[in-house]
Design a protein around this ligand. Structure first.
Ligand SMILES: Nc1ncnc2c1ncn2[C@@H]1O[C@H](COP(=O)(O)OP(=O)(O)O)[C@@H](O)[C@H]1O
Ligand SMILES: Cc1cn([C@H]2C[C@H](O)[C@@H](COP(=O)(O)OP(=O)(O)O)O2)c(=O)[nH]c1=O
Length: 214
């Protein structure tokens, strides 16, 4: 049986992540792998309800951070861990880097509190003592906030995050940069301000480079 693979997709809103999730799923299926496509916040009935609240209801930053991690805990236990135990490929549109980028850098919420929540939520029995569940690879779609805003203009009705000013997304982008700097081996930095085909080629190359696709 293959080992489970956990790949997350990250970047500011409008970076173009969701555009490539299904194509990568198909590439893995073509290679004979079972794939679980999922997203955060969300991925389970409970976590989807928490998503709905987080994206629409006004709340203070601690409540927002707790909702993200509550949704994540349910998602890990119900979907991600069972899939990895089966040897599936889990493709997840956003994970904990988004909490550090949006709640931490974007909202200015205390990163040490986020790090403590990360330690509680991502400690899972299947892993050796002290190791946290993290993606094996994070595809980071990096795009200037101005470009992302242009892509989103008119594309869909903005939620609580997407309606934030440009300065918010500049901070979020910086938050991603800090996470990537702290864990360079986990992150593949993609230049996402290029045409879709060029972005896809970079994403595929990052996965192939690790020997996970032919
Ligand atoms: N490389 C690209 N160049 C131009 N537009 C793009 C590109 N990738 C995605 N888009 C468009 O930008 C918008 C946001 O893309 P999406 O994949 O939903 O972003 P995200 O999931 O990162 O928020 C969509 O309308 C999508 O069609
Ligand atoms: C996972 C996560 C998402 N978010 C935000 C980022 C996004 O603006 C929003 C939803 O993410 P996303 O699924 O990318 O939105 P869409 O379906 O509109 O492309 O939630 C956080 O603020 N913290 C988190 O931990």
């Amino acid at each position: 049986m293959s080992h489970g693979l956990f790949i997350s997709f990250e970047g500011i809103d409008g970076a173009g992540k969701s555009t490539h999730v299904e194509a990568l799923a198909q590439a893995f299926r073509d290679a004979g792998r079972a794939v679980v496509l999922t997203r955060e916040p969300g991925g389970t009935p409970l976590a989807e309800q928490l998503r709905q609240l987080a994206l629409t209801a006004p709340m203070d930053p601690l409540t927002e951070a707790l909702l993200m991690f509550a949704a994540r805990r349910d998602h890990l236990g119900q979907v991600i861990e069972p899939a990895l135990a089966r040897g599936d490929v889990v493709l997840c549109d956003r994970f904990t880097d988004a909490t550090f980028a949006y709640q931490g850098a974007g909202r200015g919420f205390d990163r040490q509190v986020l790090a403590q929540l990360e330690r509680w939520v991502q400690a899972v029995d299947a892993l050796p003592g002290g190791t946290l569940r993290q993606p094996h690879l994070t595809l980071w779609f990096e795009v200037p906030p101005e470009v992302a805003a242009q892509r989103l203009a008119g594309a869909r009705a903005p939620d609580r995050f997407e309606s934030q000013p440009l300065a918010f997304f500049q901070r979020v982008a910086q938050g991603y940069a800090e996470r990537a700097e702290a864990e360079p081996a986990r992150f593949a930095r993609l230049q996402a301000d290029q045409p879709r085909e060029a972005v896809w080629a970079q994403a595929l190359a990052a996965v192939r480079q690790r020997g996970w696709l032919p």
